[in-house]
Design a protein around this ligand. Structure first.
Ligand code: HEM
Length: 434
């Protein structure tokens, strides 16, 4: 049988044709980052593309967009709020035929109120406000709550022969953390998990189908409705220093937030804080169990956990790309960007750039590495990075300390989530060698 190969052709004006062809020259077909072999290993296609150009335009990968892969270019563009906008909530729906877009106006509107989708000056004011909650909340009390939750989950594995680390651990730790962070009851976590999963499937997709968008829409509406009730409750009984109470106070004093924006920040923080950290914890356990010498190094030197996490963030970046929209035409190096065009910044590729990282495809946290860009850069850089780091240090460090001989369960295996933007596993079965 002939093997499928990626064919990259130069169409001029920075445009590449990226198709799949077979050795025997049989017909070419369109390529998607959600193709199973690319989901398993996106880094090979990044390498092939980089070898042709790290700045290109493609109408196959993201439905006509400019793509940037070089770390310096990405940092420059992420700081460029004069030319690039984050008001991209239409983004994914634009991939649909015109006649289908109208039914998702509500989804676009709900999304457009997320902090991440605002431009200055509104973004500046809102970020300051949301940022206040991060200062007050990420203290020893929250960290101790995470330690307790993690210890409880780990002790529930003690009599088991194997577990699915994604569903039984990586998903649960961030959900429980977010519930502590926002002060919501644990009994509501299963619904939370479902809403977040549905939104993530839509958010990280390069070209989602109709059903995926419909499901995300339904879940986002339910999620906001849930927060309407929580907020009504919290208005009656505020909790000092609590993030939701801080946001309510700002809304009540007419500071920046409307009531709808207040609900939107609650869904955004729950979503963004859970999905990415789940993927970081899952990707970390997977990578450590695949790399025995690195796993041993960590088990024997638990204080290296911080370095191990930075290397995971680089090596298996949970957010593979960041999107912006061109505000007004401008030229950046070889790219002539037109108003309204999409710009895709491939941070997952930039973190493996051989110009910056020695042996970029080797997972090695003993090596001093330059800084990765997995938390973005500029005015939208991740507000939760401190929390994500601390939370995953506790989750991964405790797991490796308790189960130093854990190994991948070859029989039950693992599978990657079909999500090119938010890289993580769907399931990962682990056996406990004792
Ligand atoms: C491993 C975990 C995480 C990763 C890899 C990650 C990654 C990112 C990235 C790349 C951005 C920038 C997006 C852009 O420029 O458009 C971002 C923004 C953001 N993240 Fe995270 N994140 C993580 C965890 C968290 C957590 C735990 C929280 C909070 C509970 C959080 C809250 C935010 C917020 C509020 C923003 C928007 C900031 C703004 O637009 O001003 N993140 N994150």
């Amino acid at each position: 049988m002939s093997e499928a190969r990626i064919a990259i052709g130069n169409l001029g004006d920075g445009k590449l044709s990226i198709t799949r062809s077979s050795d025997d020259g049989a017909a070419r077909s369109a390529i998607s980052l959600a193709d199973p072999d690319i989901i398993r290993d996106p880094y090979s296609i990044y390498r092939e593309l980089r070898a042709v150009s790290s700045i290109f335009r493609s109408d196959s990968l993201f439905g006509d967009a400019w793509v940037f892969m070089d770390p310096e270019d990405i940092l420059t563009l992420l700081r460029d709020t004069d030319h690039l906008s984050s008001a991209k909530s239409r983004g994914i729906v634009d991939a649909l035929p015109l006649e289908q877009r109208d039914q998702f106006k509500g989804l676009i509107e709900l999304h457009s109120r997320w902090l991440n989708f605002f431009d200055p000056p509104k973004h500046t004011r809102m970020r300051k406000l949301v940022g206040r909650g991060f200062g007050a909340q990420i203290g020893e009390r929250l960290l101790q709550a995470i330690r307790d939750l993690v210890a409880e989950m780990i002790s529930s594995f003690e009599n088991k022969d194997h577990v699915d680390i994604i569903n039984d651990y990586a998903r649960r730790v961030p959900l429980a953390t977010v519930s502590e962070f926002l002060g919501i009851p644990k009994k509501d976590l299963p619904s939370f998990g479902r809403w977040i999963g549905d939104i993530a499937t839509y958010m990280g997709s390069d070209q989602p189908d109709l059903e995926t968008i419909k499901t995300a829409h339904r879940s986002l509406v339910e999620f906001e409705q849930y927060f309407r009730e929580v907020v009504a409750e919290r208005r009656k009984s505020p909790i000092p220093d609590d993030l939701i109470s801080t946001l309510i106070e700002a809304e009540e004093t007419g500071d920046v937030l409307t009531e709808d924006e207040l609900f939107a920040q609650c869904t955004f923080l729950s979503f963004t804080g859970s999905e990415t950290t789940k993927n970081l914890i899952g990707n970390a356990i997977y990578t450590l169990l695949q790399n025995d010498s690195q796993r041993r190094l960590l088990v024997e030197n638990p204080t290296m956990i911080g370095r191990a996490i930075e290397e995971i963030l680089r090596f298996e970046c949970p957010v593979q790309f960041i999107v912006r929209i061109v505000k007004e035409p401008f030229t950046y190096k070889s790219a002539k960007l037109g108003s309204g065009e999409y710009v895709i910044m491939m941070i997952g590729a930039a973190n493996r750039d051989p110009k910056v990282f020695t042996d970029p495809d080797v997972f090695d946290f003993a090596q001093e590495r330059p800084k990765h860009i997995s938390f973005g850069e500029g005015i939208h850089a991740c507000l939760g990075q401190g929390l994500a780091r601390k939370e995953s240090e506790i989750a991964i460090g405790s797991f490796m300390a308790k189960f130093p001989n854990a190994e991948l369960d070859q029989e039950r295996g693992f599978s990657w989530r079909k999500n090119p933007g938010l890289r993580g596993l769907e399931s990962l079965y682990v056996k406990f060698g004792r």
